[in-house]
Design a binder for this molecule. Structure first.
Ligand code: IYR
Length: 241
């Protein structure tokens, strides 16, 4: 038998009671694969962070489907170290806005370095965060730093930041795919969110994702993305260059 460099050939597949047949997408023709890859690229190319939201309501089930898409992300040792608080209650949104703006005032007036403020300049952000009340939904993503066992003892989790980051990426893509605008908001520090939302000490706020329809006439900063040559290098066959 010739040697096969692909580690996935059949003889190496383990058959045991803990594994099930893979039931992902049925294999597509390459033409279809390329068309889908390009369509997805085009879809995400149009995603922008938006800071001007409409107060038009968005049905909860749309958000629920997107959050469940986020819950399909891979995670370290499959611990799924995330929790999502989906906030539509105006009283809670107001509480979050007031607490976030308090942190942001400290940030803009004291904590941020000149270099950081310079980097934010093109975005035109400041301590005022009206979108936290205007947008219909705030999705607060918590990172579970460790788990809690039945007996109350700590359970080790792995790569929690990476895992929750992947889930956040899935969520941002899912919201965009559903036709919603989103804003990745990170007032810092975010511990006030544990208090307001009554979350336990093993959970750390990771990201406050604001979502809804964009306001009529919403504006976005005039900024660009890197060109593919700046961030991709293909290494095929020959070892030269
Ligand atoms: N949290 C602040 C500042 C801020 C920081 C970064 I990094 C940004 O990309 C954008 C804003 C704020 O939300 O205004």
């Amino acid at each position: 038998m010739h040697s096969n460099p692909n580690p996935c050939y059949l003889e190496t597949i383990m058959h045991d009671s803990e594994h099930l047949p893979y039931d992902g997408l049925p294999q597509l023709a390459e033409e279809e694969m390329l068309a889908r890859a390009q369509a997805f690229h085009e879809l995400v190319r149009l995603r922008r962070t938006v800071r001007n939201f409409s107060d038009r309501p968005v049905p909860a089930e749309i958000i629920a489907a997107c959050v469940q898409a986020a819950g399909q992300a891979p995670s370290g040792a499959n611990m799924q170290p995330w929790h999502f608080e989906v906030v539509g209650d105006p009283a809670l949104k107001k509480e979050i806005r007031l607490a976030a703006e308090e942190e942001e005032r400290q940030f803009y007036e004291r904590r941020a370095s000149e270099e950081w403020l310079d980097a934010l300049e093109p975005l035109g952000t400041d301590a005022s965060k009206p979108f936290l009340e205007i947008a219909p939904w705030l999705i607060v993503i918590f990172e579970q730093r460790y788990g809690i066992d039945q007996d109350g003892s700590k359970k080790r989790y792995y790569y929690t930041k990476e895992s929750v980051g992947l889930a956040a990426g899935f969520l941002i893509a899912a919201l965009h795919n559903a036709g919603l605008a989103s804003l990745t908001h990170t007032p810092s520090p975010m511990a006030f969110l544990n208090k307001i939302l009554d979350r336990p000490a093993n959970e750390k706020p990771f990201l406050l994702l604001v979502t809804g329809y964009p306001a009529d006439g919403a504006l976005v900063p005039d900024i660009t993305r890197k060109s593919p040559e700046q961030y991709i290098r293909f290494r095929e066959m020959s070892r030269d260059k």
